[in-house]
Design a protein around this ligand. Structure first.
Ligand code: PHE
Length: 450
């Protein structure tokens, strides 16, 4: 059977940015920034995107296009009879792990869209109101399991239809609208009275806040946001054609993704500090507490808010689709499963694994505060899959492309179209000598600081 491919280069860019842009930008980036000291975190995140991020993005799509395989198959093609395929397996497990709790948060966005539609956001003017709403919603087990189910179901449906028909259609039309709303909201927040405190938290680095955890979490936020370190971009790259010039795609997607995250911070922090009682350390609930306040303050807020949450649902869906596509491509390529069977089985797994995350907001005390780690189950999942696993995956990927496959082979794949790759020296330096030691040092420093 012929392997499916993207309809055009623009289709790839749209799908790759669909994967990159999602809750990672709008939910996770502000919450991580808030938990990890503000502007210093933002700075390290930005440096990480420019250094590791773009380079690893390019490494992943190049590996994918060359091998035309899922992550496991990609390692096997280049280095058969070795243990390297285990890095691919880690990616597949990570995809299901991330999907499980990501879909829970995606369910929240769906619910907030529905609130906007039926109640509007005018009433959300104080800390107590927004927190009460969040609390009574997040502890409603049946509703949250239902929302998780709806989201996984949507994801499975899109993935079962295959690459072209499923993903391309979704991304083409709706993302520009989300961009416009985000820019409008950011301008409103910046100009609102009292914005300066939030702006300085977000933009004026306090270097005393930097420690191994902050650095580790900032780097991994860059990976999470760009969908790197677990083979999503290997998988998406595998559907690319030889004529596409990969470096410009890597750059374009990275810039767009980072822009959206940066804007999300500009929406959240200026408003956050104007509501008494709210702090940046609200954790995963942060944007669901602050955004309703943002919408209560602007004219047309209920309309914009509703639209915003529903567009965020679509943005999250194009990300969950890319997460599910990783194990699905693996089972199709390596185990010869049908696309439907692969989507259904892996989707069900993610759903089941998502249930303890749903229950970690107070319904089950044990899951709300796990022994030893002292954190809710969902937060632990986010740390294990969204931070640690991605950075380990990224480390091995850099080593693999830099040393095992080799920069020269990778560059000749990049140059297999007509264009030369002018930045190959810097790229090679980053993959071989910058990324691996930096990641190892940070991992060790973090482990020691625990
Ligand atoms: N990048 C996505 C986001 O920011 C999440 C994601 C991570 C998707 C890893 C695929 C792989 O929402």
């Amino acid at each position: 059977m012929q392997r499916e491919g993207w309809g055009s280069k623009i289709a790839f860019i749209l799908a790759a940015s669909g994967s990159a842009i999602g809750l990672g930008n709008i939910w996770r980036f502000p919450y991580q920034t808030g938990m990890n000291g503000g502007a210093a975190f933002v700075l390290i995140y930005l440096v990480s995107v420019v250094s590791f991020g773009v380079s690893l993005f390019l490494a992943e799509i190049t590996l994918g296009r060359f091998t035309k395989r899922n992550p496991v198959g990609a390692f096997k093609t280049i280095k058969p009879n070795s243990k390297w395929f285990l890095v691919g397996i880690l990616g597949i497990v990570t995809a299901i792990g991330i999907l499980s709790y990501y879909a829970v948060i995606a369910g929240w966005t769906l619910y907030y869209g529905v609130i906007g539609l039926f109640k509007g956001f005018k009433g959300f003017t104080s800390e107590t109101l927004v927190k009460q709403t969040f609390l009574s919603f997040s502890t409603n087990t049946q509703l949250n399991i239902f929302l998780l189910f709806v989201f996984v179901f949507l994801t499975v449906s899109v993935v079962s239809f295959g690459i072209k028909s499923g993903i391309e259609k979704l991304t083409k039309t709706l993302m520009p609208l989300l961009f416009v709303i985000i820019i409008y909201l950011a301008i409103n927040s910046i100009l609102s009275p009292g914005a300066s405190k939030g702006l300085s938290f977000y933009l004026k680095p306090d270097f005393s806040k930097i420690n191994p955890k902050v650095v580790l979490f900032a780097i991994t936020q860059a990976f999470f946001s760009l969908s790197l370190g677990m083979g999503t971009m290997v998988t998406y790259g595998s559907y690319l054609s030889k004529d596409d010039y990969l470096p410009s795609s890597a750059l374009l997607v990275s810039i767009t993704d980072t822009f959206v995250a940066f804007m999300a911070g500009l929406i959240i922090f200026p408003i956050l500090f104007t509501v008494s009682g709210l702090t940046p350390k609200e954790g995963p609930a942060l944007v669901f507490i602050v955004l309703p306040v943002v919408f209560s303050k602007i004219s047309g807020g209920s309309l914009f808010g509703t639209l915003f949450f529903f567009l965020l649902v679509i943005a999250a869906l194009t990300s969950t689709v890319s997460l599910l596509e990783v194990p699905v491509a693996y089972f199709i390529d390596e185990k010869k499963w049908s696309r439907k069977k692969a989507s259904l089985i892996t989707g069900s797994l993610a759903f089941l694994l998502g249930i303890p995350s749903v229950l970690s907001f107070g319904q089950v005390k044990f899951l709300e505060r796990l022994p030893i780690v002292g954190k809710p189950f969902l937060d632990l999942m986010d740390i294990v899959w969204g931070n640690l696993s991605l950075i380990v995956g990224a480390l091995f990927l850099a080593i693999f492309v830099g040393y095992v496959w080799g920069i020269n082979n990778a560059v000749s794949e990049i140059e297999s179209g007509k264009k030369r790759f002018k930045l190959k020296k810097i790229w090679s330096f980053i993959l071989k000598y910058f990324a691996p030691p930096t990641i190892i040092i940070i991992l060790v420093a973090y482990a020691v600081s625990l």
